[in-house]
Design a protein around this ligand. Structure first.
Ligand code: HXC
Length: 267
């Protein structure tokens, strides 16, 4: 039984890729607190189990399915296990991602391909595997992109290309699947505190410098991303599909040129 029997997601089942840590874990906790039963998909069982334990401790229901989003058969099996365990699938959140800072001039072809494979192909794999189950429930899909998808950003050509691909996939799937009642939207977060992404993209002193460059004066929080995810996956967004909601404290408004200054010393 979930903590909130009358939550906005009571009766819903959600599968969250990258659900063991960071934004995915925060979204999973929020969905569970709002009544959803959640399946957490990720590569590392220990991370999945730790997040599931916090959900269960709060009275929620959580299933852990260890899988790599690059492996279609494993993702397909994760969807099957979710439906078998919980009886349905209403919501899919594609949060699994990989990233690192690397200059395009020295990034290997395999490094570029690896990030595109995790972010873009992994997102397609999850959507493709989940579609049939989602269609029977007129469900919803949420992709996690990033402002690098449309703000040119040094040392991020691999992740930016992958996230831009996800944004286009969001609109294409939204159009193709609207007839089945499946909504497809995306969130584009800016810098978020306490995430693996920020540890990788703004190490050491760079975090304080980047924080000062956010128009609203601070990094976002995982809770703020979970709020937006809840909105887009809830009945409150029932006529919204094919959109990307930017949630970045205004960071993208200022453009990417200042990142050149911020990141140049590491290139
Ligand atoms: C240059 C690198 C690199 C680095 C890896 N590679 N790290 N190149 N700089 N720092 C290259 C490797 O040399 C290799 O190419 C290729 O990438 C694959 O590396 P592997 O380690 O074999 O891959 P894998 O074990 O699958 O690991 C995937 C990973 C890793 C992305 C490289 O960092 C990872 O697992 N990350 C998961 C967690 C994560 O990154 N979370 C943060 C997401 S942040 P060669 O040619 O040597 O074989 C995020 C936020 C926003 O998404 C994004 C903004 C757009």
């Amino acid at each position: 039984m979930s903590q909130f029997k009358d939550g906005i997601l009571t009766g819903k089942v959600a599968l969250i890729t990258g659900g063991g840590s960071g934004l995915g874990a925060g979204i999973a906790r929020r969905f569970a607190a709002q009544g959803a039963r959640v399946a957490l998909l990720g590569r590392t069982s220990e991370k999945l189990e730790a997040t599931a334990a916090t959900i269960r401790a709060a009275g929620g229901e959580a299933l852990c399915v260890a899988a790599d989003v690059r492996d279609y058969a494993a993702v397909d099996e994760a969807v099957r296990r979710t439906v078998t365990t919980f009886g349905a699938l209403d919501l899919l959140v594609c949060s699994a991602a990989g990233n690192f800072l690397a200059p395009a001039a020295t990034l290997s072809a395999n490094g570029f391909r690896t990030v595109v494979d995790i972010d873009l192909c992994g997102t397609f794999n999850a959507c493709r595997a989940a579609y049939a189950a989602l269609a029977t429930r007129k469900g919803a899909i949420l992709h996690i992109t990033a402002t690098q998808a449309f703000v040119p950003t040094p040392l991020q050509c691999h992740a930016g290309a992958a996230k831009a691909g996800i944004e286009k996939l969001t609109r294409d799937l939204a159009l193709e699947w609207a007839g089945s009642g499946v909504r497809v939207n995306a969130l584009a977060p800016g810098p978020i505190d306490d995430t693996e992404g920020m540890r990788r993209l703004a190490p050491g002193d760079m975090a304080a410098t980047m924080r000062r460059a956010v128009p609203l004066g601070r990094f976002g929080t995982i809770d703020e991303i979970a709020d937006a995810a809840l909105f887009l996956c809830s009945p409150a967004a029932s006529w919204i599909t094919g959109t990307t909601l930017v949630i970045d404290g205004g960071t993208a408004l200022a453009g990417g040129a200042r990142f050149l200054e911020l990141l140049a010393p590491t290139s």
